[in-house]
Write a protein that binds this ligand. Structure first.
Ligand code: HEC
Length: 110
């Protein structure tokens, strides 16, 4: 399954941020993602803005490609990718949450 922003969403967004590949991101999505990153607890393991505090245990996700982040979160949800920590984390996310989180994470400079 592939999630991506529809043409209509893109048309109504403004382009202040860019992901790792230079594609424009949308401010509302990004700001929601930053809030979710804290409220969903991602920050506790992946660290402020995605720079993980413990690089041995938790991957650094800051600046990862947006579509890659979306694909990984969907894979954890579907069980295609399994991890004792991330599978239950991903299970709590809606599709909108995933899009917003991926927009935020990919907007952070590596
Ligand atoms: C309790 C600690 C913990 C929390 C909370 C957590 N993660 Fe993770 N995350 C991990 C670990 C550990 C891995 C590595 C999993 C693996 O090896 O497959 C990971 C992997 C990932 C990956 C894949 C990275 C890659 O290199 O493929 C993404 C994306 C991700 N997390 C995003 C999130 C998001 C978004 C949240 C909040 C909804 C979150 N994580 C919450 C520990 C955590």
């Amino acid at each position: 399954m592939t999630l991506s922003v529809s043409a209509t969403d893109q048309a109504s967004g403004s382009n202040m941020y860019h992901d790792a590949t230079g594609s424009p991101l949308f401010v509302n999505d990004r700001d929601n993602g930053e809030k979710l990153y804290t409220s969903k607890g991602c920050v506790e393991c992946h660290g402020p803005r995605g720079y993980s505090a413990d690089v041995n245990m938790v991957p650094k996700i800051a600046g990862m490609d947006r579509q890659y982040v979306i694909d990984q979160l969907l894979a954890f949800q579907s069980g295609k990718r399994q991890n004792v920590i991330m599978s239950p984390m991903a299970a709590t996310l809606t599709s909108d949450d995933i899009l917003a989180l991926a927009t935020f994470i990919s907007s952070v400079h590596k």
